[in-house]
Write a protein that binds this ligand. Structure first.
Ligand code: KG4
Ligand code: ZN
Length: 364
């Protein structure tokens, strides 16, 4: 992998449209590899999808079309920059909902073509993975646990463009499991924060399975846990407030046990792969990283195994365009530029050499 060769500041526009957030951001990367956010705008489409209990792809794509130009103009105004100051354009090209991806990629390419600027087609997972370089100046390598509504991955981040996927989910993403659990308990969408709130008043007294615990590969599987929760809820119907709280607490505790076990296994594999002297840092990103119980469990685990724990600030953990702009700047600095033929890709694994995880609905 080429080392950072740029000797001047680079300013990159980032565009994010892979799911239900439309986002545009401007980030400056200086010659020594440090980043500054100059503008970071996110418009959630939450209210457009809430009535459906999940994201509707066609509605999302249409909303991206309506918003993205406006947000880019706002970002430039907020950063007090004009197009002359921009060195490159980065847009999320996958993985994600294809309609939204096409909107972001087409917008980015059109600007790049019109302004004669380099274009970077970004992998959304790479943008999450590189965020601690922007937020904490963290250098490579490190271990990443990415847990959101769409992704559940354990990755060794070796360098820009160099990733080893240790674990993924065989079925639901972690946030998706929280959302489905919350939905079946009647708690609304997105369910993670609501479920955590109810769990505070509950006791983790209901026996639920801990899928994949102790398995050698740090994969996840959450569908069975969700089904077990459904059975327990049906057995107790009609559910009182305390029943709901106890079910939430029990579910959250089962998830926390699984996450701690899978992360512990990944830390062992990280040391096996990179050696005992490798930098020991675990980064946790994605919306589910907001969960206090998970934070506590991962805090004691990393302390026990001599790892530092880095949790980027919530607004940079969840989907945003600053991470896209930053990853684009990291790529641009290394000359890793894409042509205008780069496609939008609904599926795009970060580590193409990863041995496929055997399961019904593997996402990446
Ligand atoms: O990263 P994110 O904002 O969006 C993407 O999915 O890309 O993550 C959203 C997910 C949702 O599934 C939401 O329920 C979950 O993160 N989440 C939580 C909490 N806050 C958000 N899950 C558990 N506990 C929380 N406190
Ligand atoms: Zn994401």
């Amino acid at each position: 992998m080429a080392t950072a060769s740029h000797t001047r500041d680079l300013i990159v526009l980032g565009i994010e449209t892979s799911c239900d957030e439309t986002a545009a951001a401007l980030v400056r990367r200086d010659a020594s590899g440090n980043g500054t956010i100059m503008a970071n705008l996110v418009r959630s489409q939450f209210s457009l999808h809430a009535a459906f209990g999940g994201v509707v792809p066609e509605i999302a794509a249409r909303a991206h079309v309506e918003l993205v130009d406006l947000l880019i103009a706002e970002a430039l105004a907020e950063a007090r920059l004009d197009w002359e100051a921009i060195d490159g354009i980065a847009a999320t090209a996958g993985p994600g909902l294809i309609g939204g991806l096409i909107v972001g990629v087409a917008t980015g390419k059109a600007i790049a073509l019109a302004r004669g600027l380099p274009f970077m087609a970004l992998n959304h997972l790479e943008a999450h993975a590189l965020t601690p370089g922007l937020t904490h100046g963290l250098r490579f390598p490190y271990l990443l646990l990415l847990v959101s509504g769409g992704h559940t991955q354990l990755l060794i981040v070796k360098d820009v463009g160099s990733y080893i996927r240790l674990g993924t989910t065989l079925d639901d993403a972690l946030g998706e499991a929280f959302d489905k659990a919350a939905k079946l308990l009647g708690l609304g969408y997105p369910g993670g924060p609501a479920l955590e709130e109810h769990a505070k008043r509950g006791h983790a007294s209901i026996a639920l399975p801990r899928p994949m615990l102790g398995r050698a590969e740090p994969h996840f599987s959450l569908a069975g846990l969700k089904t077990a929760l459904r059975h327990e809820a049906i057995n107790r119907a009609p559910l009182g407030t305390q029943d709901v709280a106890d079910l939430c607490a029990s579910f959250q505790e089962a998830v926390a046990d699984v996450v701690a076990d899978r992360a512990r296994r990944a830390m062992e594999l990280y040391i096996d792969a990179l050696g005992a002297t490798a930098q020991r840092t675990l980064v946790v990103a994605g919306g589910v990283a907001a969960n206090q119980r998970l934070r506590a469990v991962l805090g004691s685990l990393t302390a026990r195994l001599g790892f530092d724990l880095i949790l980027p600030p919530p607004d940079l953990c969840t989907d945003n365009a600053a991470m896209v702009a930053w990853a684009g700047a990291e790529r641009l600095a290394r000359g890793l530029v894409d042509g205008l033929a780069a496609p939008a890709r609904a599926r795009w694994p970060l580590d193409p050499d990863a041995i496929p995880a055997l399961g019904a609905g593997v996402k990446a």
